[in-house]
Write a protein that binds this ligand. Structure first.
Ligand code: SF4
Length: 514
């Protein structure tokens, strides 16, 4: 007879205690789908499940499952140290621990030091195998990886018992996470989904879920977690239109600009799409995903500004995503062009990411490692903003940070904030744009980058770390980790702050040798 297990599931939406306004309002809306899916699968196997979505406002030490036999933790890389410390603490209480999610996929070699199981692609068979075995694997854990992503996943109805308590933590905006497809047919070399084959999930499950949500909310809000929403655009829209009366559900999705033609955008509006997050990434590269082909520089700025303004005529909230520091960029021009774009599209909210290499996430990372360009910043800072772990090809560090600060100051100046406010008509988008600009994401990042630049210019040891002259972590970063990990600091396993930034390259070399 199979033993009935007490299963704990922790979704680390936040890497640290966080009671700031934006986090309190929004974090519960960023819950991941896979921890909820695993909860459903564990219950289907007859086990008891306790699920925690950690948004930063809970007292994690109090909420941790006390008597769990096994605990699954889902984490992005920025939460890895919190996950490692939690695993250590839970193991000391007798639990077996499992890590899944993006960090497990990007840095399996490192995670195996701290978990009994680490999972790559995860399907129900992998979970069944873990539950069946459920035993400590130490000092090195077991790595389990399915051949491909699962063909189907439990929908909202089955995940509802985990979604509902999570949304209770969200005071104003309550966004239900849904997924209609996995992977992406595009091949942006920096992206974790570029190597995952595109695969739509079952549209019947999706329709059932949308009908179900209409019984739960007067006007539901759905956040699509598809990496690139709307690849099979007409099929998607047909499915939505079949079960949702026109404009009765609000939707948010990430989609590439190439999919956002005016007829598509009109249809999205008709169906209640209120926010879109297209990626522009660069003025000199990645033209295929914006369908701008060989257009570069100012021509691309004007072309895309026109398209974004067209989208804004139908969709009230548009976030345009950029990557700063790509190898195709040099000098001030890319930053100045982005400022120009900000001026030309006053209603859009620009999201900036610093070029980052997350372990095995993308094939391009192998090249960065071969060229010894990856800096071993602790995982805690790998959130696309608090550290750039690739030495820029065409910039000195002070030059890069000066340009990034100047762009941030331009984007989040009071003049730009007021113009964005004036150009945005709907209430929630207007409010969101202001809160995001004056909080961590806008003012906060500019202030952080100024500190980095100041240290780069005045502290030789700090600069040496960036220049790869030393691997000794500057105290500045150590202090932040200690402060933010908080009560879990004492549970951080020895050596967990440091990782081998070239582990991917070494493991690939080993695979070839075998
Ligand atoms: S279009 Fe988006 S999801 Fe697809 S590979 Fe490029 S960045 Fe990734």
């Amino acid at each position: 007879m199979i033993r009935k297990l007490q299963v704990g599931i922790i979704d680390l939406v936040s890497k640290k205690p966080n009671k700031k306004l934006f986090a309190r309002i929004m974090n519960a809306n960023f819950a991941s789908i896979m921890p909820q899916v695993i909860g459903v699968w564990c219950e289907e196997e007859g086990h008891n499940v306790t699920y925690i979505c950690y948004t930063g406002k809970e007292d994690l030490m109090k909420e941790l499952p006390q008597d769990a036999d096994i605990v699954f933790i889902g984490a992005f890389t920025e939460s890895a140290l919190t996950a490692y410390a939690l695993s250590n603490l839970l193991r000391s209480r007798g639990a077996v621990t499992v890590l899944g999610g993006p960090h497990a996929r990007c840095y399996p070699e490192d995670a195996l030091k701290y978990f009994d199981y680490v999972t790559g692609f995860t399907d129900k068979n992998i979970i069944k195998e873990i539950l069946y075995d459920c035993s400590p694997h130490r000092p090195a854990g077991l790595y389990l990886d399915a051949i491909h992503q699962p063909k189907s996943l439990p929908g909202v109805k089955e995940r509802w018992k985990f979604i509902e308590p999570t949304l209770r933590k969200a005071p104003l905006i309550k966004m239900v996470p849904m997924l209609g497809s996995l992977g992406c047919p595009y091949t942006c070399s920096f992206c974790i989904d570029s190597t995952v084959a595109y695969q739509p999930l079952n549209f019947d499950v999706m329709k059932e879920d949308l009908s179900f949500l209409l019984t739960k909310f007067k006007r539901p809000l759905v956040g699509w977690h598809d990496p690139n929403f709307g690849i099979r655009f007409n099929e998607y829209m047909d499915a939505i239109e079949e079960v949702v009366p026109e404009n009765h559900i609000d939707f948010i999705a990430e989609s590439s600009l190439s999919l956002l033609s005016e007829p598509h955008v009109k249809r999205l509006k008709r169906n209640g799409f209120g926010a879109m997050l297209p990626g522009i990434e660069s003025w000199f590269d990645l033209g295929n995903k914006s369908k701008t082909g060989s257009l570069t520089g100012m021509d691309k700025v004007k072309h895309i500004a026109e398209q974004v303004n067209m989208i804004l005529r139908y969709i009230p909230y548009v976030q345009t995503n950029f990557v700063l520091g790509l190898d195709s960029d040099k000098g001030e021009e890319p930053f100045e062009l982005t400022k120009k774009f900000v001026d030309l599209t006053p209603g859009a909210f620009p999201g900036y990411s610093l070029l980052s290499a997350f372990g095995q996430a993308a094939p391009l990372n192998l090249e960065y490692q071969q060229l010894n360009r990856v800096i071993p910043f602790p995982f805690h800072f790998l959130d696309n903003n608090h550290a750039m772990n690739i030495k820029p090809k065409n910039y000195s560090w002070p030059e890069f940070y000066s340009n990034t600060i100047s762009l941030g100051e331009h984007t989040f100046s009071w003049g730009a904030i007021l113009k964005r406010l004036a150009a945005t008509k709907a209430f929630i988008p207007r409010w969101m744009n202001v809160v995001r600009a004056i909080s961590e994401e806008g003012f906060g990042r500019v202030a952080h980058n100024k500190k980095i630049l100041m240290h780069l210019n005045s502290d030789i040891k700090f600069r040496d770390y960036f220049e790869q002259e030393t691997t000794e972590l500057p105290q500045f970063y150590m202090d932040i980790i200690k402060n933010e990990v908080g009560p879990l600091w004492h549970w951080l396993p020895e050596g967990a702050i440091f990782h081998d930034q070239n582990a991917y390259l070494k493991s690939s070399a080993k695979r070839i040798a075998v």
